[in-house]
Every structure is written in structure tokens, then in C-alpha cells.
Ligand binder design. Structure first.
Ligand SMILES: C[S@@+](CC[C@H](N)C(=O)[O-])C[C@H]1O[C@@H](n2cnc3c(N)ncnc32)[C@H](O)[C@@H]1O
Length: 217
């Protein structure tokens, strides 16, 4: 799995687009606290680290994790060049098992956990809940069954597809409807939930509907 992401993260156009924080993310962050200084944040599946960088520059103590060596090397170099602190690990969602309970004030996982089967996605949410402090915040995206790619490719389980024609399609994509989102987040207090078309680096991807979630433990 990491090899494919490694390939994608070597593409300079992709790097350029995925360097700009998502506006849902930056809007939600403004709601987190008045004073971010010294809050501990985890960026799970950080990619090249657009949100890790944003958080570190705001004063969060940031841990960034991704399976792609190309991506984390890029982030490491950028953090040196631009002098922002971030602790970086290579790992996938299983890395969460090494984290103690109540370790983070904020967990971000943006366009990540739906690249899995439903049970893996559910496990990730349980782990996010466990490692957050009480009152800690979760910033998350899920894929929507209204997404234009829903139903395309091979359905490996209900609502999870492998679609080799899509750039990142060799990884499973799980799509959730509103009932499932509510069920997945039942342990959290949902502070904001919106279903929007995806925008990356200022480019709108029409009909790529995602769930944008701001929740609290
Ligand atoms: C679409 S990119 C998003 C990157 C970043 N979160 C962002 O918003 O810029 C998806 C990232 O998820 C990572 N990823 C995929 N499956 C993962 C898993 N099981 N555990 C952790 N990260 C994963 C990939 O390596 C890739 O960097």
C-alpha cells in the first residue's frame, strides 16, 4: 500500500495542490481554542503535511504520521527549511496502538481513514476516541455515498470499492451515508458536520462529496 502513495507523492502537481490547507480544516481550527500554544495534535495520515505545518506554525505540538516515506521525508525537509517543529513517524493506522490513552488534545485525519474497509475505519475511530483527552477535538473527513466515484470499480464489501481506473483507486474507498456517519460518531459530540464537494489547492472537484466533521470527545 505505501508504494502507491509513494508514487503519488513524487508528482509535483500533486505536491503543489496538497500543500494548501483545506478551508474546512482552517475554519474548524479557529473554533478549537483561543490559545493553541502547547496543545498536542496528531495528524494521522499527514501526507506531505499541509495541516501539520499549519498546526505547528500556530503553536501546537505536532506529531505527524504517514506510511509513505516520500511524504514524510518531504515534510521533514520542509520543517527544517521553514523552521517549524514537528515529530514525524512512518506508520499506518496500526501505529495508533502504541499511543497511550488521553494523549492528544486534537486528532486530525483528513482524507485518510476511508481508504480502508469499514471495520478498519471503525477501529480507527475507536482509537482516536481513546487517545484524545476528554474534551479533545477530532477533525475528520469521510467519503460520502453521494460522491461521483461511489459504486465504481469492484465492491469488496458493502460500500467499499477498489477502482483501478482512479489515480488512488487501488486502495479501498469506503463511502458512508448520513446514518452511517451518525453511527460512526455516536461516542463523540458532533460540533459541526457538513457534506461538501471536495476542493484541493483551490480546485473544486465537482460531485466529489465528502463529509467534513468537527467533533469532541
Ligand atoms: C489523500 S492523502 C491526504 C494527506 C493529508 N491528510 C492531507 O490532507 O493533506 C491520504 C494519505 O493517507 C495515507 N494513508 C493511506 N492509508 C493509510 C492508513 N491505513 N494509515 C495511515 N495513513 C494512510 C497515505 O499515505 C496518504 O498520504
Amino acid at each position: 500500500m505505501p508504494q502507491k502513495w509513494d508514487e503519488l507523492w513524487k508528482n509535483s502537481d500533486k505536491i503543489k495542490r496538497w500543500s494548501i490547507p483545506d478551508y474546512h480544516f482552517t475554519d474548524y481550527i479557529m473554533e478549537v481554542e483561543n490559545n493553541f500554544n502547547q496543545l498536542k495534535a496528531l495528524d494521522m495520515g499527514c501526507g506531505i503535511g499541509r495541516h501539520s505545518e499549519y498546526l505547528a506554525k500556530k503553536g501546537f505540538i505536532v506529531t505527524a504520521v504517514d506510511p509513505s516515506l516520500t511524504a514524510i521525508n518531504y515534510l521533514q525537509q520542509k520543517s527544517i527549511d521553514e523552521n517549524f517543529p514537528v515529530q514525524i513517524f512512518q506508520g499506518d493506522l496500526t501505529w495508533l496502538k502504541s499511543v497511550e490513552d488521553n494523549s492528544f488534545d486534537l486528532v486530525v485525519s483528513w482524507n485518510v481513514i476511508y481508504h480502508n474497509t469499514l471495520s478498519e475505519l471503525e477501529d480507527a475511530l475507536k482509537e482516536f476516541y481513546r487517545i484524545l483527552v476528554t474534551g479533545g477535538k477530532l477533525l475528520l473527513t469521510l467519503n460520502s455515498t453521494n460522491n461521483i466515484h461511489y459504486g465504481k470499480g469492484i465492491e469488496i464489501e458493502r460500500n467499499t470499492f477498489i477502482n483501478q481506473k482512479k489515480l488512488d483507486g487501488e486502495h479501498p474507498h469506503h463511502y458512508s451515508d448520513k446514518d452511517e456517519v451518525d453511527r460512526l460518531l455516536r461516542n463523540f459530540k458532533v460540533l459541526c458536520l457538513s457534506e461538501d464537494e471536495e476542493e484541493v489547492g483551490g480546485k473544486l472537484f465537482k460531485d466529489r462529496w465528502h463529509w467534513y466533521i468537527f467533533a469532541q470527545k
